[in-house]
Design a protein around this ligand. Structure first.
Ligand code: MN
Length: 404
């Protein structure tokens, strides 16, 4: 494709027609406006990332892609897709981030963005796995309501129980199409999609819906994290929409806090002052060894590995053993909230901030939160020869339910 064709396709043909003579590899946006380009790059690539260290690089990149799609960008989106590929994002994740815009920003913007991304994939010879859908015409309503239920509460699953005929049209569309057709796809997990949905709505500035999705994000992320994610939309949507989003975040955070007062087991993320350590990110890599949601922040990866683990109320890990031929084992240092540690065949020990547990290698045990409290501990890997972890059965509800 000639550069001129691309420019026309991107809808900026007339203004930039003078650039048609540029060789294609020099087809960067703002090539004649070096000062504006420098201001944009400094703000987008330096200042905003420096102010938002909690948001992982990959998520920053995905937020940029959905922001550019929602803002109907041509030239900048094309550059960003190339950047995303260069940073190691899978083409499937890039496409799914763009697909996620369809139910919020509509098909026209989404289709144009998909075409731009496909063009970059072709130029970079990036192969795409095209089979990412997981639902059928029969299963999309239930699967969608299940995703809605996970993010917004059980009510949404109940609403869909009687099928299409038993629901108002708009609720049926939201469950089967908005959630069933998109949130269920492979390539991006549910929590990432919910983060991107929030970013899309920040860019659109549709307030009541944005507040609801900020609320959904506050169930899986800290307010600080959500705030930093919103800042990553700023270079694309500008100050007025960013300021509106920050105000809605303040409102939503205050409301979830008020809800939590009435119910001690509320799963609302703890506030900023709860611990000296950040809560970190959803502990997805180990989720299969946990009951309930946990979060992980690796505070040291050198010399001795130290992970900061945060458990929501009721969350605990499975019975497990830290094996080693020599040395090894684990040290826990409780840092916030209230939790438990239990060795096989012995009573559970309550843990409060400052408590230390020395777990020798070879001892079967579990650790986690109290039923009604968030809990956080540092988990220190004691170096050992031939160290490995063996994950066993979950701590049963009946056994755990006896704890106060
Ligand atoms: Mn352990």
């Amino acid at each position: 494709m000639k550069p001129g064709t691309m420019m026309t396709m991107l809808g900026i043909g007339a203004a930039l027609a003078a650039c048609d003579c540029r060789p294609q590899d020099d087809a960067r946006a703002l090539s004649q406006d070096k000062e504006l380009r420098a201001v944009m790059d400094n703000f987008t690539r330096n200042e905003v990332p420096a102010a938002t260290p909690l948001v992982e690089k990959r998520e920053v990149e995905l937020i940029r892609l959905v922001s550019l799609t929602t803002q109907q960008s041509g030239a900048l989106l094309r550059e960003e897709v190339a950047t995303a590929l260069a940073q190691g994002l899978e083409p499937e994740a890039i496409l799914e981030a763009i697909y996620q815009c369809a139910p919020y920003a509509g098909f026209p913007r989404t289709a144009d963005a998909v075409e731009i991304a496909r063009g970059v994939f072709k130029a970079k010879n990036a192969k795409v796995d095209e089979n990412r859908g997981t639902v059928t015409a029969q299963s999309r309503l239930e699967a969608g309501a299940d995703a809605q239920g996970t993010l917004f509460g059980q009510t949404f699953r109940d609403m869909a129980k009687n099928g299409k005929e038993g629901m108002p049209t708009v609720n049926y569309f939201l469950a089967s199409n908005c959630f069933g057709d998109y949130y269920t796809r492979k390539g991006l997990d549910l929590n990432t999609r919910e983060l991107l949905t929030m970013a899309i709505l920040v860019n659109l500035g549709t307030e009541p819906q944005l507040k609801a999705h900020i609320g959904a994000n506050l169930k899986i992320r800290t307010a600080e994290y959500v705030e930093q994610a919103i800042y990553n939309c700023l270079p694309y949507c500008g100050y007025p929409r960013t300021l509106n989003a920050l105000r809605l975040l303040e409102e939503a955070a205050a409301e979830t806090k008020a809800d939590a007062k009435g119910s001690p087991a509320a799963k609302t993320m703890p506030g900023k002052d709860w611990s000296a350590f950040p809560v970190g990110r959803p502990n997805d890599a180990y989720a299969r060894y946990f009951t309930g949601r946990s979060y992980l922040d690796m505070i040291s990866r050198e010399q001795v590995g130290i992970g900061n683990v945060t458990f929501e109320p009721g969350c605990r890990n499975n019975w497990h053993v830290h094996h080693a031929k020599k040395g090894g084992g684990q040290i826990l240092v409780a840092t916030a909230g209230r939790g438990y540690y239990q060795e096989w065949g012995r009573p559970a020990r309550e843990l409060k901030p400052g408590d230390v547990v020395n777990i020798p290698a070879g001892v079967k045990h579990w650790h986690g939160a109290a039923p009604d409290s968030w809990f956080q501990h540092l988990a220190i890997e004691v170096p050992g020869e031939g160290a490995s972890n063996e994950w066993l059965e979950p701590v049963g509800d009946e056994e755990y339910g006896r704890l106060k």
